[in-house]
Design a protein around this ligand. Structure first.
Ligand code: SF4
Length: 107
């Protein structure tokens, strides 16, 4: 639908009980890791599907891209990274009645 897996480039905060300690016994990570291209480590780059869909975090489960203004900007304008997208979003107005709806499943 043109979203280019928008949400999987956002920062995904983990609830406290979802956090895991690393093997070194350091602090538990509060976020899902990203790779150097800015995408979530759980995103399959060929299928653009989540490899951990059935056990994804609550943040991922709660998120509805279709009500996120940033997605509406993302499907209309080119951007290179999330900071650029956020700056662009501050300069545009998109009426709610024209929002693009991306098909997805709530499973
Ligand atoms: S865990 Fe899955 S749904 Fe959540 S951001 Fe990563 S790839 Fe997307």
């Amino acid at each position: 639908m043109g979203c280019q897996t928008f949400c999987c480039r956002l920062l995904v905060r983990l609830d406290p009980d979802e956090r895991k300690f690393d093997n070194g016994g350091g602090m538990a990570k509060g976020f899902v890791d990203k790779t150097t291209d800015g995408y979530c480590v759980n995103l399959d780059r060929e299928t653009h599907l989540c490899r951990t869909w059935a056990r994804r975090s609550r943040t991922c489960r709660r998120y509805n891209c279709n009500s996120d203004f940033l997605l509406q900007v993302a499907v209309r304008h080119k951007f290179n990274n999330i900071v650029e997208l956020a700056r662009l979003a501050a300069t545009v107005h998109i009426p709610k009645e024209t929002y693009v709806q991306v098909a997805h499943t709530d499973e």
